[in-house]
Design a protein around this ligand. Sequence first.
Ligand code: SF4
Ligand code: ZN
Length: 317
Amino acid sequence: MSKLRKGARCQICKTKGETKKAVVYLPHHRLSLCKEHYIQWFEKRVEKTIKEFKMFSKKDKVLVAVSGGKDSLALWNALVKLGYDADGFYIDLGIDDYSQQSKELAQQFAQRVGRPLHIVSLKEELAPIPEVDRITNKPACSSCGAIKRYYMNREAKKLGYSIIATGHNLDDEVAVLFGNTLHWNIHYLKKQYPVLMEEKGFIRKVKPLCKITEKEAALYTVFNEIEYIEYECPFSEGASSIEYKELLSKLEEQHPGTKLQFYTGFLKKMYPLLQEKTEESQPTVCKLCGEPSFTDICSVCKLKEKLSKSGNVSVNH
Ligand code: SF4
Ligand code: ZN
């Protein structure tokens, strides 16, 4: 993305008879663009992805899962600019300074776009992630992922939204795809699609940035002067997905377009083959809280019981 030819001009300006200097080069699209046309390119790409996968329309109420990071804020900004009815949702994970700062940035951004930001605090609902991490034997991210999905789904339903949009970008999707392929996690590969349709208590979930790289999202936030949390969550250290991302980025440098090709190739050629009907378990409802679950008691209620036994939280279904 950075190898911009000296003196390169914006290719879109050129078609209009203008000669503005390009500030960015997108190697796998072979495009040199000025700032204004980069922003336009980004938003068009988001809109095209939404339409390609029939994610939602301008009539739908969309809830954007905002973390305070570049991807989710870029997504929220683009959706509002494109005219979608998109509000924000933030989960305060209670991870010390990281949560404090990311919450402030999310709130600040909500004011800038003039849209509501709904907030749920894990300290009030369950227990902060560092607490959860202490009492479970699982990696923090695996509990955190399940907790986020649970509250996102529950709150979106409560607040009357029909779609949850997350800021997962191409790098995220490709790293997950790579990991799932490496371990042949067929169960997860079957579900790796940018749209998960609503079913039995689960709301539709979409990933409109799935064809946008991390660098492209970062550049969009910089060009739009959006402030975002620049450091990673302390629990992300050592995650294998980070190693996969580094590996794949090396490949991408040598062969621009590799990530996109790997991902879109999977969606077109492999995903349909994986959809053949098998006896997979169907979601039912959690006996304790009534939220959708694949087991009798959902993972959050199991966690609540564990926390209550360890004296950290009062069980409150
Ligand atoms: Fe949660 Fe892990 Fe992400 Fe931190 S890195 S926010 S613990 S999923
Ligand atoms: Zn439950």
